[in-house]
Design a protein around this ligand. Structure first.
Ligand code: G1P
Length: 278
């Protein structure tokens, strides 16, 4: 099966940078104005033709499940009022998508979180969204851009952007050979390298398309940076066989994993994205 139908959302992290708000609230539920971060991710996946949302959660994340479900009491309260339109988008999402969940019991890295999601994905290519990378685009969303590439190249694809060299410690960094405009065939990828040894300033951002052999590779991937199982290391195994592309996406990313990026995204969203009452 080749069409990408499912999108995996690793959502088990503690969100310690946002404490105390993340003490009892999942960081994926932090709002940009009036929608939680993870909803923007789900909307991006839907716009790329996916309707199976696979969410890897952990303890204290039940608000995510409740968000993507009907609230009968609320529906009853606002039916027929001038507030009803506010639920339009989320109602549409709930009716078009299926949501499945599994819990990551121990925090052993992004690679481990993705492997935990295997049970929800099975043997098919899939997308991954890290909801704290919020992306805005003028045309197609980032995942839709990547799905088009997948249809042509049929291999794993990571989204990248140029970053200042001193920031390489925050990201997976790639080096590769130009395959087409804005597209590299990956030769090397390193998780959070020192600027002095980083292979380039092209950083991976939180959008991936992965072929399902990644699960077997992840099972064999030893802990890497920070003692965690890194998706970057597993992808390097695919890249050695020439099977990973890196795509410089069209659009703008906000790092909502940091307070500064989150505030910038909130302001941008309030001015440019937020739908005002009619
Ligand atoms: C993860 C990945 C890293 C990637 C980043 C994008 O890191 O491990 O390769 O560049 O997401 O946001 P994290 O931000 O979870 O530390």
């Amino acid at each position: 099966m080749d069409k990408i139908r499912k999108c995996l959302f690793p959502a088990a992290g503690y969100g310690t940078r946002f404490l105390p708000v993340t003490k009892s609230m999942p960081k994926e539920m932090l709002p940009l104005v009036n929608k939680p971060l993870i909803q923007y991710g789900v909307e991006e996946a839907m716009a790329a033709g996916m309707n199976g949302m696979a969410i890897v959660t952990g303890r204290g994340k039940r608000a995510i499940e409740d968000h993507f479900d009907i609230s009968y009491e609320l529906e009853h309260q606002i039916a027929g009022t001038d507030k009803e339109w506010l639920l339009g988008d989320i109602r549409h999402i709930i009716s078009e998508c299926t949501f499945s969940y599994t819990r990551q019991i121990e925090m052993k890295g992004l690679g481990h979180a993705i492997l935990t999601g295997e049970t929800l994905i099975g043997e098919e290519p899939f997308a991954v969204i890290l909801a704290d990378d919020y992306c805005v685009t003028e045309g197609d969303g980032v995942l839709a851009q990547m799905v088009k590439l997948y249809e042509k190249y049929r291999c794993s694809i990571v989204a990248i952007e140029e970053i200042p060299r001193e920031d390489t410690r925050k990201y997976g960094v790639i080096a590769g050979d130009l395959e087409a405009e804005n597209l590299y065939r990956v030769r090397e990828m390193v998780e959070k390298p020192d600027p002095a040894v980083a292979p380039s300033n092209l950083a991976i951002i939180g959008r991936y398309i992965l072929t399902p052999d990644i699960f077997d590779i992840l099972r064999e991937t030893p802990p890497g940076r920070s003692g965690e199982i890194q998706i970057t290391d597993a992808l390097m195994t695919q890249a050695r066989m020439g099977n990973v592309l890196a795509y410089k996406f069209q659009g703008r990313r906000f790092d909502c994993g940091s307070i500064e990026g989150f505030m910038e995204a909130s302001n941008y969203n309030y001015t440019n994205v937020y739908k005002r009452p009619r």
